[in-house]
Design a protein around this ligand. Structure first.
Ligand SMILES: [Zn+2]
Length: 566
């Protein structure tokens, strides 16, 4: 009944709204009731006037047609500068869309890549990704519907999820300037995954949670179909009020699975701690586009050097998951930057380029110089402090793997009038304005890039070489006063090194083992010399040979925090 009356109301509204559209033009001279009343019809405005002692409609005046003013594109004056090298003198774009030589890609089949062609599982060039959030409840970590006090807010897991989703959708729109969007659905509550066991994910960063998810799917959800969405977000609860879940999110790239026509799923695992939209962009940057981590797993002490070139922690969300921006190179990998917005050089002696900041314009935004196959020197415009733009220089070296610094950026922008020489090329900023830069590039061959000696690839080996170091479980927990114990299930190692630093200032070292020859498993390491009420970063390095030699795996953990004061 309710339904019927609503329908009736809707029809009434529709009629009353539509009636003016169909109103016939009042016939000039026909009667009207109120002097000064007006009506419009068929492009004319009629007024009720007095004619003798009668009130009649006048003959009407044509309503001027308001045409929308054409949008005037504000031309950037630097973009038409006569010094700019014409496109015909540049190198074909394909030369700068450099081949991927990522070692992990070649040797272990890892799908993180930093060059071209893009992996078939990446959404490169697509305009929209459909994402499904799957809330998962464990016996000891439910996905909460009931609200609890968390810091300043009184919220539940589902409420926090519903709050972050529109922020993630908005962030993708703004960060891509409308070139890419995500549409995120959440499984309805009756379909949430209720797992009748305790969660047993490793809390150690670097130990993947994806195999555990795959195990859960096999055991509890063998009929769940992974066909309708581009990526799946496995979301766990945040736990008690003083926790934010397990505190680490990870991406799953093309993870093999039986319940999918494609044979794999792309996804993100966030057992709590999912309230920062930039973190989603980072993880989905992996899961949707197979982008690499641009921070450095191997030499983290070199991160915030403040001098010279380092990993792009100032410039890209894949290097620092709190940054809401991408390098143009990453935009190119995702198909958010058109070929026409890129310029390519190889051996041109001198050339001049206009580079616009990222935005809706079609101006060039990325200058690339191919130094060797798989190695590119790049320049783009970024906001300098004085509201004018500056030039950001960086290198892309696809021989360097995921998490080992495949992209190295300058930490400071090159501003108007300044020059810088790097890897055989000199860049001079001729002019800047609020929308872009005019940069001159000269091939100098000073400190020219020398390609590394390519080791002959291991041929005739049908089996994909796998790492000899296998880490299945790790735990770093408080153990006694201002002390802790790390326990690792690891095989294939003959030596290790563990050290503990401040979570922000990596130069502040609290504990260090040095390289220790030890091949035991479980490997138990006692940590001393810690302080109370602080967060720590524990880095454990495993080596396949004695004395820190052979293959290396580095695992960083933020598990150790807030020790009680004695
Ligand atoms: Zn990452």
């Amino acid at each position: 009944m309710q339904r019927k009356s609503n329908l009736a109301l809707a029809i009434v509204l529709l009629l009353s709204l539509s009636s003016p559209v169909h109103a016939a033009a009042p016939k000039a001279g026909s009667k009207c009731t109120k002097a000064g009343a007006t009506t419009t019809a068929v492009g004319k405005k009629y007024t009720c006037i007095k004619s003798g002692k009668n009130l009649v409609w006048d003959k009407g005046v044509a309503i001027p047609v308001v045409t929308k003013a054409p949008e005037i594109e504000v031309k950037n004056l630097l973009s038409t500068d006569s010094r700019i090298t014409s496109t015909s003198e540049l190198t074909n774009i394909d030369t700068c869309k450099t081949t991927d030589n990522t070692p992990m890609q070649i040797f272990t089949g890892s799908i993180f890549t930093n060059g071209f062609p893009r992996p078939a599982q990446a959404l490169t060039g697509k305009k929209l990704a459909k994402i499904l959030v799957i809330p998962i409840s464990f016996k000891n970590l439910p996905f909460m519907v009931e609200k609890t006090q968390r810091g300043q807010t009184f919220t539940s897991d589902i409420e926090a999820m519903n709050q972050v989703i529109p922020l993630v959708e908005d962030l993708f729109k703004t960060i891509s300037v409308g070139r890419f969007a995500v549409k995120i659905d959440v499984l309805p509550q009756p379909d949430w995954w209720v797992i009748n066991e305790d969660q047993s994910f490793s809390e150690v960063w670097g130990v993947s949670k994806t195999p555990k998810i795959a195990e859960i799917i096999g055991k509890y959800k063998p009929d769940f179909k992974f066909d309708d969405y581009d990526a799946y977000v496995f979301a766990g609860g945040n736990g008690p009020a003083n926790m934010r879940g397990l505190g680490a999110a990870e991406a799953a790239l093309a993870y093999p699975i039986a319940n999918s026509k494609k044979g794999y799923f792309n996804g993100m695992i966030a057992i709590g701690g999912f309230t920062d939209p930039a973190l989603w962009v980072h993880e989905l940057g992996h899961a949707l586009f197979m982008l690499e981590d641009l921070y450095n797993f191997d030499k983290p002490n070199e991160l915030p050097s403040g001098k010279g070139a380092t990993v792009p922690f100032l410039w890209d969300v894949m290097a620092d998951s709190t940054k809401r921006q991408f390098l143009e190179w990453n935009r190119l990998l995702m198909g958010w930057l058109q070929d026409s917005e890129m310029r390519c050089l190889t051996n041109q002696k001198t050339s001049v380029h206009f580079l616009a900041e990222y935005g809706a314009t079609t101006y060039p935004k990325l200058l690339t110089i191919n130094l060797a196959p798989g190695v590119t020197l790049a320049a783009e415009a970024r906001n300098a402090t004085n509201s004018e733009k500056g030039v950001l220089l960086y290198t892309i070296d696809t021989h360097i793997g995921h998490g080992s610094g495949p992209i190295i950026t300058q930490n400071t922008l090159l501003t108007k009038g300044k020059s810088q020489s790097w890897l055989g090329w000199e860049f001079t900023v001729l002019d800047t304005n609020t929308g872009g830069v005019l940069v001159s590039v000269t091939k100098t061959d000073i400190d020219k890039y020398v390609p590394p000696v390519v080791k002959p690839a291991v041929q005739n080996n049908p089996v994909t070489p796998k790492s000899t170091l296998v880490i299945t479980r790790g735990d770093i927990v408080p153990n006694g006063s201002l002390a802790a114990r790390a326990t690792w299930n690891v095989t294939g190692h003959e030596s290790y090194r563990l050290y503990v630093t401040d979570v922000v200032d990596f130069q502040k070292v609290y504990f260090e083992t040095g390289v220790v020859n030890d091949s035991s498993s479980p490997l138990v390491i006692d940590i001393k010399g810690l302080v109370c009420n602080k967060e720590f970063r524990t880095v454990t390095e495993f080596y396949s040979k004695k004395n820190g030699e052979g293959e290396r795996q580095v695992i960083e953990s933020l598990q150790l925090r807030n020790l009680t004061c004695p």
